[in-house]
Design a protein around this ligand. Structure first.
Ligand code: WT7
Length: 652
């Protein structure tokens, strides 16, 4: 094992050098990104770096042709990277696999061949992938993009109804899933859930024609002859040395869609582009993690979210990284699981969410003490604001004060990190809890409600003032919602001013550091995952006993916030623990386990305006123990006391 290097020697903070690089990058963003994109392999270079003739539908690298497989896989074939491990995979029960770049290349080619020749997947069509954390997940994503189709990966913790919703929206004919997988020592029978989703999708007029099933848990599965196909049998039918030429794709084609929650009940299919996403992710990965050939890189997240797409699949593969990929729960069979893997594999770069850190911190330091973490040189966080207390714990106990913390602010929509330290360029001095400065090419600011810039230290709304290659192309099938959600808040189209609005509160301090302070819309951040308030309320309302529902995010020491439902029952129903459980089960069924409310509280009245709008803001304030504010516009101010009382039950 290599000698530990104190971080001052590896990453001497140099703010001036970073800011100099940054200033050059934003002086002429088109030129900057033009140069950055040339670091990748293209089949044809672009005619225009940025087409901004139809804002906010920006198009990057127009006329450019490529396929991300060329930069993530084919580029390594025949080089020394071919025999390098891409994924050290660890199953929850302890089974292991080492998948090299050569293995990936061969299996992706065979699967691509089978998908095209046997299953009939066409370029430009969408394939839904519902897989757990097994190597077949990145392999499927690459095979799909190799033949010019796009993927829609659905997190394996989502329910049948949630999967069906996404299949219907994307109109997928093809679904890739698994028999089951391990979670906390149990087998989750994924194929059964997938079958139910296929049935629900058919009811809504979308017929899934083929279901490809990876054998992972070796459980018995229901089988529909003619529709269902075993993944391993498909591979066996492909020629052992199958080679499928990566389908040439326009830079402005869709690489994938990924659903995320918004302020309505319907999830948004965020579309990412072939050329822009590839360019942005390649570069940001380099800036964030300063990759080196001997690194062992671990993003402890699920590929079902954007973090995994960017930092487990495309980013690391484009840099030839060796990674850890773990199937199961972070604290199973004991709270030392993550740390023992970090030690055993000599992880150099570890990236996870504050929620995970708070969970592991809660178990106490004994799970960390005495471990050899001497190879760790960079630590990252993503998904939520990290409280300084947790930051310091991460820095001292995990990083042993040698590894800088890379706090990365970004979103599903942004493709990769936007505001974060960039040790791959020059590290700026860190402040616990701040994501520091925008990355090169990113023009960020904090505005007041009225659109004027906030003062240093004043809380306002984060905005991005220039397009960037990793930006979403739009919302699948809903261009109006794209404009309304992200661009209407601060843009002035008459003046040609277009400003991207992420819906996050932020402060810029006197040194220009950004501090991200959480969501500014009706979206919760539960354990680093976005959940829409309305989406949750819709699920609660599906229970036949519920007449009205309001869901708010209640502060939680581990998960940041957790949903709590306030429910008014219909005539003839009585509050009971059984009913509470039933309503929770409903949410589990409609969305999935991540969305289940911590509590369902029964009240006689919700605080509403005279026009009948539920005042969630008031409930939210009460939940956070704050003064409810102005309640005079309420239909019945007494409802506030009732909500207050119900919430008090919660604390005990
Ligand atoms: C929202 C995006 C980006 C991958 C994981 C989440 C919050 C994200 C940070 C951070 C404070 C953060 C924001 C953002 N968020 N990173 N470093 N500090 N807040 O992706 O589900 O699209 O959620 O997560 O509120 O808008 P997502």
């Amino acid at each position: 094992m290599s000698e530990a290097l104190p971080f001052e020697e590896v990453y001497w903070p140099d703010k001036e050098r970073y800011l100099e690089y940054y200033k050059k990058s934003v002086y002429d963003i088109e030129r900057f990104w033009d140069e950055r994109a040339r670091e990748l392999i293209w089949l044809k270079y672009w005619d225009r770096v940025l087409d901004d003739s139809n804002p906010p539908f920006y198009r990057w690298f127009v006329g450019g042709v490529t396929n991300i497989n060329i930069n993530a896989l084919d580029k390594w074939y025949g080089t020394s990277v071919e025999n390098k491990v891409a994924y050290y995979w660890v199953g929850e029960p302890g089974d292991r696999r080492a998948v090299t770049y050569g293995d990936l290349y061969r299996e992706v080619n065979r699967l691509a061949w089978a998908l095209r020749e046997l299953v009939g997947v066409k370029p430009g069509e969408g394939v839904t992938i519902y897989l757990p954390m097994i190597p077949e997940l990145p392999i499927s994503m690459l095979a799909v993009t190799r033949i010019g189709a796009f993927h829609s990966v659905v997190f394996s913790g989502f329910s049948a109804a949630a999967l069906a919703e996404r299949i219907v929206d994307a109109k997928s004919r093809i679904l890739i899933t698994a028999d089951g997988f391990y979670r906390r020592g149990r087998i989750i029978e994924l194929k059964k859930i997938a079958d139910e989703a296929v049935r629900l999708a058919a009811e809504r007029g979308v017929k899934v024609e083929k279901v490809i099933v990876v054998r992972r848990a070796r459980v018995e599965v229901p089988w529909s002859e003619g529709r269902d196909l075993w993944y391993h049998e498909l591979l066996n039918e492909a020629p052992p040395k199958a080679y499928v030429k990566p389908e040439p794709r326009q830079a402005t084609d869709v690489l994938f869609i990924l659903y995320t929650s918004g302020t309505t009940g319907k999830p948004k299919g965020i579309m990412h582009s072939v050329g822009g996403y590839m360019t942005y992710v390649y570069n940001v990965f380099k800036w964030n993690w300063d990759p080196r050939p001997d690194d062992i890189f671990w993003t402890a997240a699920d590929i079902g979210w954007i973090t995994g797409h960017t930092y487990i699949v495309y980013g690391p593969l484009m840099h030839g990284m060796t990674q850890i990929m773990y199937e199961g729960a972070p604290d199973y069979p004991n709270p030392g699981r993550i740390w023992s893997l970090v030690e055993e594999y000599g992880v150099t770069t570890f990236y996870t969410s504050p929620t995970m850190l708070r969970l592991l911190m809660k178990y106490g330091d004994k799970w960390l003490e005495g471990r050899d973490f001497s190879r760790l040189r960079l630590l990252g966080t993503v998904g939520e604001p990290i409280n300084p207390e947790v930051w310091k714990w991460y820095y001292t106990k995990v990083g042993r004060e040698r590894a800088p913390i890379v706090d990365t602010w970004w979103q599903t929509e942004t493709g990769a990190a936007m505001i974060s330290p960039a040790p791959g360029i020059a590290l700026v001095p860190l402040k616990p809890g701040s994501a520091t400065y925008p990355l090169p090419g990113i023009v960020a600011d904090v505005l007041r409600d009225d659109g004027r810039p906030a003062e240093p230290g004043e809380k306002g709304l984060l905005v991005i003032k220039k397009p960037w290659p990793g930006m979403l192309m739009g919302i699948w099938g809903d261009p109006k919602r794209y404009i309304k959600t992200y661009w209407e808040r601060f843009s002035k189209p008459e003046e040609g001013v277009w400003i991207y609005y992420p819906a996050d509160y932020a402060v810029k301090d006197k040194d220009g550091y950004f501090w991200l302070l959480g969501r500014a819309d009706e979206v919760m951040n539960v354990a680093g995952h976005r959940l829409g308030t309305i989406e949750l309320e819709d699920a609660v309302l599906m229970h036949p006993a519920v007449s009205e529902a309001a869901v708010v995010g209640f502060p939680d020491p581990v998960k940041g916030e957790v949903p709590v439902a306030l429910v008014v029952l219909k005539e003839g129903y009585e509050p009971s623990p059984k009913l509470e459980e039933e309503i929770k089960a409903k949410v589990r069924e409609v969305i999935g386990p991540i969305a289940v409310p911590k509590r369902v509280l029964f009240v006689n009245k919700l605080p509403k305006t005279r026009s009948g709008k539920i005042m969630r803001r008031i409930i939210l304030r009460l939940a956070r123990g704050q003064d409810p504010g102005d309640v005079t516009t309420l239909e019945d101010p007494a409802s506030v006391d009732e909500v207050k009382k119900a919430l008090e039950n919660l604390k005990s």
